[in-house]
Design a protein around this ligand. Structure first.
Ligand code: SAH
Length: 377
């Protein structure tokens, strides 16, 4: 692991800090940006110019927007592109193929995002909330509770920023263009529903309205907020839904994913199948393998029966270590047997790689602390 230089911080604004971040062009669709630019007394086409810089060229420095008159540039960028994310620290591992960024938001809240390069694609894992209110006991993010929802632009800007890092060639051995976004960072995306759906639309709108990603390359992960899952199925989006199941039975799931006390396994799977049938998209079922907790052969068989014949894929995640957790990952032979039983039941199953573990950047390790254990190692 290499520790990259800490970037300079801008001083906190004086006086009381507002709760909501300043408005940014990524909060608005193109028509909204044009209306705003007109309100500022500029011709509407300037909105398209600014948007082309931000989404199309990944440029955020007004000095580089030379197609705009110098005075206009500063004024418009000041109004439509305020700085939302201040980089605090960037850590890299896997020979630079995995990078975790820690950001400070305008009110001092901290969030993290992870950039992952593969030979054929570049993925960013982004946060939808500062903290998380879902309290899953094996996840580091859940331990500190929820600070606040992120705005649409705070969500989008994580991807745009890291798309710029990828475009600069920082991830060797990978294509320079960001292709995939997963909402698997901090927070419960469906608990910040409208901003997350807006962010998805912006990430997928063609430039200059948005970043131009394919909807099929965007994954929204949820603990299983049933009404929001059903609502998402009706948005007309072709994004992948990931469901963090982690147990096939209510008794255990009530403990591992406390929201199960409200929406049971059967209800959550019903909503998942509704999503699959309305969108034609295979649902990704996430299952962290926890030694002697959820990894027994009978649970594999029960999971197999629940998923057989459904439009589903199981992603087993070896449990990543988190501070103070009393649980470990399942031994490899146990994991292999779990996979074998699921496949025997006809359920497509893979084991996720543990990218970013040594920089606390893997699933469930994002805690956004400035004094995290990854510091100064
Ligand atoms: N709140 C959403 C988005 C977070 S996605 C959700 O829970 O789906 C992060 C994924 O990593 C979830 O599937 C989560 O359950 C899983 N996870 C959390 N802690 C983990 C850990 N310690 N090891 C492996 N996976 C973990």
């Amino acid at each position: 692991m290499t520790s990259l230089p800490v970037l300079p911080l801008s001083p906190d604004p004086p006086g009381r800090r507002p709760a909501l971040p300043p408005r940014h062009l990524a909060d608005l669709d193109l028509a909204g940006r044009q209306a705003l630019v007109a309100e500022l007394g500029e011709p509407a086409f300037r909105a398209r110019q600014l948007s082309t810089h931000y989404f199309g060229r990944l440029v955020r420095d007004p000095a580089r927007m030379t197609d705009l008159p110098a005075a206009t540039r500063e004024r418009l960028a000041g109004s439509l592109m305020p700085r939302l994310l201040t980089p605090v620290r960037e850590l890299a591992c896997d020979d630079g193929a995995t990078r975790k960024a820690l950001w400070r938001l305008h009110d001092g809240s901290l969030v993290e995002s992870v950039l992952m390069g593969y030979p054929d694609r570049v993925t960013v894992c982004i946060s939808s909330q500062a903290g998380c209110g879902m309290a899953c006991p094996f996840c580091a993010t859940g331990q500190a509770g929820l600070t606040r929802n992120l705005s649409t632009a705070e969500i989008v800007d994580q991807a745009v920023y890291l798309a710029g890092v990828a475009a600069s060639g920082a991830v060797s051995g990978s294509p320079p263009r960001l292709s995939h976004v997963v909402f698997m960072g901090m927070g419960e995306p469906l608990a910040n529903y409208s901003r997350v759906v807006d962010a998805v639309r912006r990430l997928c709108a063609p430039a200059p309205e948005g970043l131009g990603l394919s909807q099929r390359h965007v994954t929204v992960s949820t603990v299983g907020l049933v009404p929001a899952m059903r609502r998402l199925a009706g948005e007309g989006l072709s994004v992948t839904l990931a469901l963090s199941l982690h147990a096939p039975d209510d008794e255990l799931r009530d403990e591992l994913v406390p929201v199960n006390q409200r929406w049971k396994v059967a209800e959550v799977l019903d909503a998942a199948w509704d999503y699959a049938s309305r969108t034609g998209r295979r649902v990704s079922v996430e299952y962290a393998m926890i030694r002697d907790v959820n990894d027994q052969p009978w649970r594999a068989d029960l999971l197999g029966r629940l998923l057989a014949g459904r439009l589903a894929h199981v992603n087993l995640i070896p449990l990543n270590p988190t501070p103070g957790s009393r649980w470990d990952a399942s031994p490899k032979p146990v994991e292999r047997e779990f996979v074998r039983r699921l496949r025997e039941a006809g359920v497509s199953t893979t084991v996720r790689d543990t990218r970013g573990r040594e920089i606390d950047g893997a699933c469930g390790q994002l805690a956004a602390s400035e004094t995290g254990s990854a510091d100064g190692r």
